[in-house]
Design a protein around this ligand. Sequence first.
Ligand SMILES: Cc1ncc(COP(=O)(O)O)c(C=O)c1O
Length: 392
Amino acid sequence: MPSVTKLAGRISKSPTIAMNDKAKQLAAEGHAVIGLAGGEPDFDTPAHIIEAGVRAIHDGQTRYAAPSKGITPLLEAIADKMERDNGARVNPMTDVIVTPGGKLALFLALKAMLDPGDEVLIPAPYWVSYPSVTTMVGGVPVTVPTSSDDNYRLRLDHLREFVTPRTKAIIINSPSNPTGHVLSSEEIEAVATLATEADLYIISDEIYEKLNFDGRPVVSLASLPDIADRVVVINGLSKTYAMTGWRLGWLAGPTSVMGAAGMFNSQTATSAATFTQIAAVAALTGPQDCVEVMRKSYEERRNLMVSSFNSIDNMSCPDIEGAFYAFPKVDETSKTSEEVANTILDKAVVVGVPGSAFGISDDAHVRFSFAADINLLREAVERIRGIADQLA
Ligand SMILES: Cc1ncc(COP(=O)(O)O)c(C=O)c1O
């Protein structure tokens, strides 16, 4: 019997998906579980986008999309959006690739940039998929720790310590999953300086760009003219338009990277679904008030999560600047983040994801998504308050 690759043995299932599965299993067994492990909006896709997709199916838009890298109206809508929202100029016909989801866009970007053994700087806490996808394409993930006491700030001197002759890229995610941190202009400057002096690509994952709170500006790294030729933006519709199941993402950046990524896209996915792409044009060019309605609702839930966690003895939750995750920690504890998450699961029947999944080991953090009904969130926090003395 032949065996699968050694590489496959080094990739594990996404911990967020694994915890989500655990929540579903507990619910199926009859437990009153509150599952806050996933990273999925609880809204329905806005009606005008659904209508555009359904109409496209009825109109026979069910064949292969052409060109494979994305239908022209969508490529143009993405380039227009990047100019309008992000101050970034890309040529729609050469600098954008549409993919079935942002995760594949990340895969294709890394596949296009890395030779085996090339290193990628990944500031932690990070989205769980960055190291796995880097490993999958033969790269070496290098974790750059940041600290909650320092508001997860990226500092140039600290970043420099992790650069070697094999460093090829750095992955930036603002607003961040799991911390919600939005990069300040000083941090953006630090990343730009690092990339220039060490000759790196920057992968800028902007999937939560529309979910920012208190009017905090989200600046795209692609808007900086001096480094635009080394920035690849990852984005998609999953979070902004509540379209996780439609599978629509893109990458945009230098023509050379897009040429390679486009080839890999056409030889794997072929293309994103044709009718999904037509719905995506409706999302990007249609009314945007639905985005603001959802953002406001997340902001209200953010307020609840921050104030509630901070009112629990021995727990703290710094302000959350964007995205839809709370990342509180137990202040004084002998437990690891896994032990804390498991105690919360066993005693409060609330499912979160331990901080260790996001590349940090020193503090007992747990990530809870607040893309859930606000009454459910209230109950989840009260259940955790009720067992908080068991978390120390
Ligand atoms: C930081 C980040 N980037 C990218 C993605 C990819 O989303 P999708 O593949 O649904 O577009 C996610 C999804 O959870 C995410 O959290």
